[in-house]
Ligand binder design. Structure first.
Ligand SMILES: [Zn+2]
Ligand SMILES: [Zn+2]
Length: 118
């Protein structure tokens, strides 16, 4: 999944298929699907949900960050904010206590419309 390494934003299964087609790379749909599942289960990829019913994938080894997404063109901006993460960590501690669940990660996404799509 080298393409996920090169990509600056999370890719969906369809994005990957489009890419393989464009590059005229021979592939098997179920193999792609199986690979994605395998890599996710083994913690190489994380699933990102942008609320449009599509699952996107991103490499886990990337530095921790969050996303700002345009609802229309799906352009993705990465950002990291220390204050936000401190607040989230605090909240996680509370949630762990309250729900007796071991939280080990979080995803945080902001949605809106970019300049072009306004
Ligand atoms: Zn846009
Ligand atoms: Zn965070």
């Amino acid at each position: 999944m080298i393409i996920l390494k090169k990509s600056k934003y999370p890719l969906s299964y369809d994005d990957l298929i489009d890419y393989l087609k464009k590059k005229k790379i021979d592939f098997n749909r179920s193999t792609v699907f199986r690979n994605l599942n395998y890599l996710t289960e083994n913690n190489f990829l994380i699933k990102v949900n942008f609320g449009d019913g599509k699952i996107r994938y991103e490499l886990k080894e990337r530095d921790h960050h969050h996303h700002v997404i345009c609802r229309k063109c799906k352009k993705v901006y990465d950002f990291y904010d220390q204050d936000l993460d401190k607040a989230i960590k605090k909240l996680e501690k509370k949630l762990i206590k309250k729900n007796k669940i071991n939280i080990d990660s979080h995803q945080f996404e902001f949605f809106g419309y970019c300049q072009k799509c306004l």
